[in-house]
Design a protein around this ligand. Sequence first.
Ligand code: ITT
Length: 200
Amino acid sequence: MRRVVVASRNRHKVVEIGALLADLGFELVPIDDVAPGTALVEDDPTFEENAIAKATQAAAATGLPALGDDSGLEVDALGGAPGVRSARYAGDPCDDGRNNTKLLGALAGVPAELRTARYRCAAAFVDPAGGAPVVRSGACEGVILEAPRGAGGFGYDPLFLVPSLGKTMAEIELSEKNRLSHRAAAFRALDAALRGSHAG
Ligand code: ITT
């Protein structure tokens, strides 16, 4: 089985990606299991560039093919913020709880119909043996609630309502999140592209 390094330190992402790519025939290894401490700089303006940057750095550090995920939340009433800065939205110190508190403060007084948002994800594959990076994107539409609901998922999931389900991303099973999420769309498209490029 081909070993592929996952250029992420977010264990929730690594679990989601592992389930999404279960049939691809890769053995997925988190970066810190093969090259702990490898810098994964992500200072580009787009999710796609950052996903490619993370995968490129992981591939260079390990010599293995690498997958990168860059993702985040775009809130319409905030002009698309926090966007590529979603992980670090609250500044220093920063964690999911602080990010969610900051988001609720930024949206205080904004009515439900204007609290629309979407998660975005770019998924990249880089092969150190050669070839151009492959990158695919996905999005998932939602609404930001006024208070958290649910204990599953990570990040902004307790505030992110999926209107078609009437549930937040933190109130659904991983299998359901992996049916409809931004990450699912991006990695399924990447999966299809990689199968195509390896066919024949
Ligand atoms: P790596 O860079 O190591 O992969 P990270 O968490 O810093 O981990 P990003 O820079 O891509 O990853 O930031 C993504 C942030 O966007 C993440 O920390 C959450 O705050 C938010 N996010 C992305 N996908 C999410 C999801 O499925 N559910 C909840 N929040 C999500």
